[in-house]
Ligand binder design. Structure first.
Ligand SMILES: C[S@@+](CC[C@H](N)C(=O)[O-])C[C@H]1O[C@@H](n2cnc3c(N)ncnc32)[C@H](O)[C@@H]1O
Length: 336
């Protein structure tokens, strides 16, 4: 059952311009109620949940990041898929599936799959509700033959698909190593939620970033043009909107570092001077150099990720990497 539906627009029976159905199960401001957000900002090790990076501006900035020369994940994953798509389809039958694109953003990674999968339904899911609505509306006009159902929701706590998603088998697609944004227990929890939505014939295609040298990793998350810095600082604008804080983004410096012990890139915002952030019911002083943790991006080995899948009740059918073994695409099925 869906928690609450805020807005549903269903495609008209026939128009010159086909439009997708769009189902929004969370209002953006309720994605994390302000009190939880404030607790994170107010704690001794301040943090903001990473999904606040993705409002209209954040999603646009992320799109630019994906084409930056040093941001290898998008490019490398696309190469793996292009080279191995036939084998991925052969590993498990996904023909005519409901293609469920988790964290779909601009929906750019789905069209290259359409010819091979021939999905009966395309179901992009994202928390960046307005950005997704625009993206799926445009994609529907380019592919009127595929039924499209956009879902604007927060899947960090629950994943429930609308009853309109009827095609079988289900093919879940979770590219971009977005799974790495969760701490290990949360990643297992997320995958278990996906597992609960999978019948025996369902498949998960999941892209995973692999452990590599520190320089390559840190350069991917701290580009010369400052796009990733803008993406990170934009989280403060979004938080101001949701929680009524008065962050001034220009007073915060973008920091990206690889934590070798925890196999993760960490993005932080560092106060450039002593300052005070206020909101309706309180305030939090930050000393110069103090940081807010905004995102982690865990890196895996093929074996460590297979173990995560196994813990979530999922079996690896096959996996492909690029020649440098920088990135991997897994084809996964429910454990029997
Ligand atoms: C790293 S981007 C990946 C985008 C795209 N799939 C790709 O591979 O390039 C993560 C996407 O997941 C979405 N997202 C993050 N947290 C989410 C959540 N809790 N619920 C729904 N979508 C979420 C973001 O809005 C963003 O579009």
């Amino acid at each position: 059952m869906l928690r609450r539906i805020y807005a549903v627009s269903v495609s008209p029976a026939r128009t010159d311009k086909p439009s997708p159905a769009f189902i929004q199960t969370a209002a953006p401001d309720e994605l994390d109620p302000a009190p939880g957000l404030i607790n994170g900002i107010d704690s001794p090790h301040a943090s903001i949940p990473p999904w606040f990076l993705y409002d209209q501006i954040g999603s646009r900035l992320f799109d630019v990041i994906t084409v930056l020369p040093n941001y290898y994940p998008t490019r490398t994953e696309a190469e793996i898929v292009a080279t191995n798509l036939r084998a991925m389809c052969g590993a498990r039958d996904v023909t005519g599936a409901a293609l469920i694109d988790l964290g779909a953003a601009s929906c750019a990674k789905a069209p290259p799959l359409f010819d091979a999968v021939r999905p009966a339904q395309y179901v992009p899911v994202d928390i960046s509700v307005e950005f997704l609505r625009d993206a799926v509306t445009k994609l529907q006009t380019e592919h009127p033959e595929i039924e499209m159902i956009g879902v604007g929701t927060d899947f960090s706590k629950e994943l429930v698909l609308p009853a309109e998603v009827t095609a079988t088998p289900r093919l879940f697609f979770y590219p971009g190593s977005s799974i790495g944004n969760y701490d290990p227990p949360e990643a297992r929890g997320f995958l278990k939620r996906v597992r609960r939505q999978m019948d025996d014939d369902a498949t998960l295609w999941i892209g995973v970033d692999l452990v590599k040298d520190t320089e390559t990793l840190e350069r991917a998350y701290d580009d010369d043009l400052g796009v990733t810095a803008a993406f990170n600082r934009n989280i403060l604008r979004n938080v101001n909107r949701v929680a009524g804080t008065d962050f001034r983004p220009a007073e915060w410096r973008h920091v990206a570092l690889y934590n070798e012990d925890r196999h993760r890139i960490e993005m932080h915002l560092e106060a450039t001077r002593d300052l005070v952030v206020t909101w309706a019911a309180g305030q939090r002083p930050f000393a110069a150099g103090e940081r807010i943790h905004t995102e982690s991006s865990y890196k895996f080995t093929l074996e460590s990720f297979e173990a995560v899948l196994h813990d979530a009740g999922l079996d690896t059918i096959d996996a492909w990497t690029d020649p440098q073994r920088w990135f991997a695409m897994f084809v996964v099925a429910p454990s029997t």
